[in-house]
Ligand binder design. Structure first.
Ligand SMILES: [Zn+2]
Length: 97
């Protein structure tokens, strides 16, 4: 894998890319494990490509930076999520029904 520049046709600025490793999240099929991890509690920090599922509290990880308006799917609890910004500028996920 290289840090190749993202030449997506979108007009927004390129998103930072992330390589995901398997953190041993065994609640989803093996091929999807690297897209999730358990929140470690106090002291844990979210990367720009991570957001916490408001339903089951697992951390959903993306191969690219997460931005407001993105849609994610939590495979652990089968919830559709939409990303918004909270009052402090942090990314948060809302359930979509
Ligand atoms: Zn979930």
């Amino acid at each position: 894998m290289s840090g190749a520049t993202d030449h997506s046709p979108e007009t927004e600025s390129p998103r930072q890319r992330f390589e995901l490793d398997d953190r041993g999240f065994n609640e989803v099929p093996t091929k999807y494990r690297r897209y999730y991890r358990h929140w470690q509690g106090a002291g844990d920090q979210l990367e720009p490509n991570e957001v916490i599922c408001p339903v089951c509290k697992v951390v959903i990880r993306s191969t690219r930076e997460i931005r407001v308006g993105d849609r994610l799917y939590c495979m652990a609890c089968m919830t559709r999520l939409r990303i918004r910004e909270d009052s402090e500028g942090h990314l948060e996920a809302d359930c979509e029904y």
